[in-house]
Design a protein around this ligand. Structure first.
Ligand code: FAD
Length: 489
């Protein structure tokens, strides 16, 4: 965030002692956190970059309690910051320093209410941890595909509110594609019950899509009906040293038919990113000690169990990799021989964010372009950034099958955060201008939050921004629901 950032104007009506007692009457003592030490984890962001304030953290235990809390705030003009696992990377869940209202945490609402194995769906509360939902589905021989590095602590309410992406989008779509129905508490406290488990429902505007990706600015998601899939039974995971990003895209393009439409994930990393993980994350092994710059984590999976005598995913992949080596795209490759080896490959990919936090200050841009333009974007983007700061250390990575690149950089060795911050506006403009010129998006999956509020205003048309403001004003005329996030009103 540049030093020049001016925070948006937000309502600052204080929580009086009388309102605090009313909140206590709704959620009880166990649902309130008022001491500074207790509030601390709720007013800082995961990266340790942003910090704000809240009069109180309110932790309701049910939709009815959320509704009463929101109504009380609405009637008194008190601002609310909805929060789930607090792993968001754009500051959407972090209150501003001027925030005088509440943080509303859904963490206590963590029940799986129903698993429908025949209808392939499950109904859950917003505070369920993502990994718990994956495990619940697996225990019923089903699969919930949303998967990302923060899955041990992020919660489904936050995943849906950010329309999270992750490493299975290629095959299953992003979070909004995994939802059949939603329940939402609106900014006036009304409960919208859209908890339908219908695959087809063309009855007017599809309201659930208004709330997904809204980052808590339009209401509080309290429950959801999620789609399930058959559990994968035959999985092949491989770590490939590839010639360059262009080869990586071509490999993916060929992999679809070679795998018989079974590509699950395709993740690009470079040597610098891999080495950073090996430096900071314990018990991780380098799958390939290849002296090459680019790697691809490729996973194929099928719900058909392996049976003796038939060719499984690994055999198909082995043949495919041999062909790709002959074509000069793959330089070396290893297929995981057991779950531990596959897990090790995934830990490398998923540990880039924590490793970069340990490494020092950096800059990261979560952007997307059309899949075939990924190589040109990486090449031109790196050149543009090197022109501004030649000693910066790039480690681009990402879900390249979705055209989503985490265009990431560590600051030059020894450079502190403040000095790097002086280069940040020029680098941000260069990267995002290139994204625009290539017809891409300045936020592929992390959202807007606080961090990209001015970038969104810079790159989106007036008509688009005005339409978003109209929706916000219609649902939240008092601007109490996560004010100052996504848009300046
Ligand atoms: C290590 C790491 C890896 C990550 N990898 C990915 C990745 O691959 N793909 C990806 O998309 N993201 C990724 N993220 C970002 C983050 O995990 C996701 O954005 C996640 O979906 C946020 O969930 P959360 O529960 O932590 O939400 P929070 O951070 O608590 O909230 C996120 C936003 O949603 C709002 N919100 C939260 N709960 C509700 C609710 N119940 N109702 C309404 N609004 C609500 C908040 O106000 C905020 O604006 C990663 C983060 C980390 C730390």
């Amino acid at each position: 965030m540049p030093d020049t950032f001016t925070p948006p104007v937000i309502p600052t009506t204080p929580v009086t002692p009388a309102i605090l007692e009313s909140l206590r009457a709704i959620v009880g003592d166990k649902g309130l956190i008022v001491d500074d030490a207790g509030k601390e984890p709720f007013v800082r962001d995961w990266r340790g970059v942003l910090a704000g304030n809240a009069a109180v953290v309110v932790r309701p235990g049910s939709t009815e309690e959320v509704s009463k809390v929101v109504k009380l705030c609405h009637d008194n003009g008190i601002a609310i910051v909805p929060q789930a696992g607090n792993t968001g990377l754009m500051g959407g869940a972090t209150p501003y320093p001027a925030h005088a209202g509440i943080v509303l945490s859904v963490g206590r609402m963590n029940r799986v209410l129903e698993v429908d194995t025949v209808g392939y769906s499950m109904t859950v509360e917003a505070g369920c941890v993502l990994q718990t939902l994956q495990e619940t589905a697996a225990s019923h021989d089903r699969f919930f595909p949303l998967s990302l590095g923060a899955q041990g602590s992020c919660m489904i309410g936050g995943n849906l509110s950010t329309n999270a992406g992750g490493v299975q989008v290629l095959r299953y779509g992003n979070a909004r594609n995994l939802v059949l129905g939603l329940e939402v508490v609106l900014p006036n406290g009304d409960i919208w019950n859209g908890l339908r488990s219908l695959k087809k429902d063309n009855t007017g505007y599809d309201l659930k899509h208004v709330f997904m990706g809204a980052e808590g600015t339009l209401g509080v998601i309290t429950r959801a009906v999620l789609k399930l899939w058959p559990a994968p039974k035959d999985v092949a995971t491989a770590w490939l040293a590839v010639r360059d990003p262009k080869a990586a895209i071509e490999i993916l393009s060929e992999a679809h038919s070679a795998s018989e439409d079974n590509v699950g994930s395709c993740e690009l990393m470079n040597r610098a990113g891999t080495d950073m993980v090996l430096r900071h994350i314990p018990n991780v092994q380098d799958p390939l000690k290849a002296e090459t710059d680019w790697f691809l984590l490729l996973e194929w999976s099928s719900s058909r169990p392996r049976s003796d005598g038939t060719e499984g995913m690994s055999e198909k992949m082995e043949q495919f990799l041999a062909d790709q080596m002959e074509a000069g795209r793959v330089l070396d490759a290893v297929i995981a021989q057991n779950e531990a080896q596959a897990r090790n490959m995934w830990v490398i990919r998923e540990s880039v964010a924590p490793a970069s936090r340990a490494e020092g200050p950096g800059l990261s841009y979560d952007v997307s372009v059309s899949v075939s333009r990924v190589p040109a974007f990486i090449e031109q983007g790196m050149k543009a950034v090197y022109d501004i700061l030649p000693s910066i250390r790039p480690y681009p990575l990402g879900h390249i099958g979705d055209g989503n690149i985490h265009f990431s950089f560590m600051g030059p060795k020894g450079m502190d955060r403040a000095t790097l911050g002086q280069y940040s506006p020029a680098i941000t403009r260069a990267v995002n201008d290139l994204v625009r010129d290539m017809g891409g998006s300045i936020s592929a999956e992390h959202g807007i939050g606080i961090e990209k509020i001015d970038e969104l205003a810079h790159y989106r048309s007036k008509i688009e921004l005005d339409t978003m403001r109209s929706i916000k004003r219609a649902l939240d005329p008092k601007n109490i629901m996560n004010p100052g996030k996504i848009l300046r009103l």
